[in-house]
Design a protein around this ligand. Structure first.
Ligand code: KIV
Length: 277
């Protein structure tokens, strides 16, 4: 065994996150690559390898085209880049809705290939049974209710949920069923504050909000949105940086230097070694 053994850091687990209900807010962000995970890890409790990777990294119009193979590759990268945050990998559209057995086979594949601590699934009428099936077989599950990006083709767009009485009741029922099935926490996306408050008050497991007000037990954002890497961001996103503009300026300066032969300069150039050196 190597004399320089790496310091062992215990990662946060599903029970650690569940125990944060009503306590210190849970800090979560999405992560897709190893260097990004390395930067986020010291500041976050949970890193989600979201299927938003399809839109953010691969330029897809929505998350429907994301594959299990993509989630595994990005999950492996995020696990390599992080040390202490819990890592959760999204099960993509078409990988878990067919049956509980299909969900188990694919979730187990993700867990083995990536070493992540849990998977996330979006809610739907049959999903609580699937969550129970996974949890009973040793796979921690993060639920996801409210706006469901994987249902974009049925819903006809990304719209906030639970603003009518019928929808409010449906989202609340889904949240209750997700908890009853054994999810260790539930992402609540795109709902009015009153509904987020109601869900958070009812559930014994933490709620993690995105566009769901400060009422939730934790918050998550798509990292590239909060860093300002896109021209447009939804109303619920706070931009903590303006990296798109900063990167544009840096690349413009590089292009000008190359065109003017100012780059590379002497300090950036290798020379032959002097004889005998
Ligand atoms: O895929 C994703 O990034 C998500 C978050 C928006 C919660 O599911």
């Amino acid at each position: 065994m190597s004399a320089q053994r790496q310091e062992v850091v215990r990662r946060l687990s599903a029970p650690d996150i569940a125990a944060r209900k009503g306590r210190e807010p849970i800090v979560c962000l999405t992560a897709y690559t190893a260097p990004q995970a390395e930067i986020l890890d010291p500041h976050c409790d949970l890193l989600l390898v979201g299927d938003s990777v399809g839109m953010v990294v691969h330029g897809l119009p929505n998350t429907v085209g994301v594959t299990l193979e993509m989630m595994i590759l990005h999950g492996q990268a995020v696990m390599r880049g992080s040390r202490q945050a819990m890592v959760v990998v999204d099960l993509p559209f078409g990988s878990y809705e067919g049956s509980a057995v299909q969900a188990y086979d694919n979730a187990a594949r993700v867990m083995k290939a990536t070493g992540a601590q849990a998977v996330k699934v979006e809610s739907g009428p049959t999903v609580p049974d699937t969550i129970a099936y996974l949890v009973q077989r040793g796979i921690p599950v993060l639920g996801h209710v409210g706006l469901r990006p994987q249902a974009v083709l049925v819903d006809g767009g990304f719209r906030a949920k639970g603003r009518t009485e019928a929808e409010r009741a449906r989202v609340l029922d889904e949240a209750r069923a997700t908890e009853a099935a054994g999810a260790f926490a539930v992402v609540v996306e795109g709902v009015a504050e009153a509904l987020a408050q109601e869900i958070t008050a009812e559930l014994d497991v933490p709620t993690i909000g995105i566009g769901a007000s400060a009422a939730c037990d934790g918050q998550i954002l798509v990292t590239d949105d909060m860093l300002g890497l896109f021209d447009w961001t939804p109303r619920f996103v706070r931009r903590y940086a303006d990296l798109r503009a900063r990167i544009g300026e840096a690349v413009q300066a590089y292009a000008a230097d190359v065109r003017a032969r100012r780059f590379p300069a002497e300090a950036e150039t290798y020379r032959l070694k002097a004889a005998g050196a």
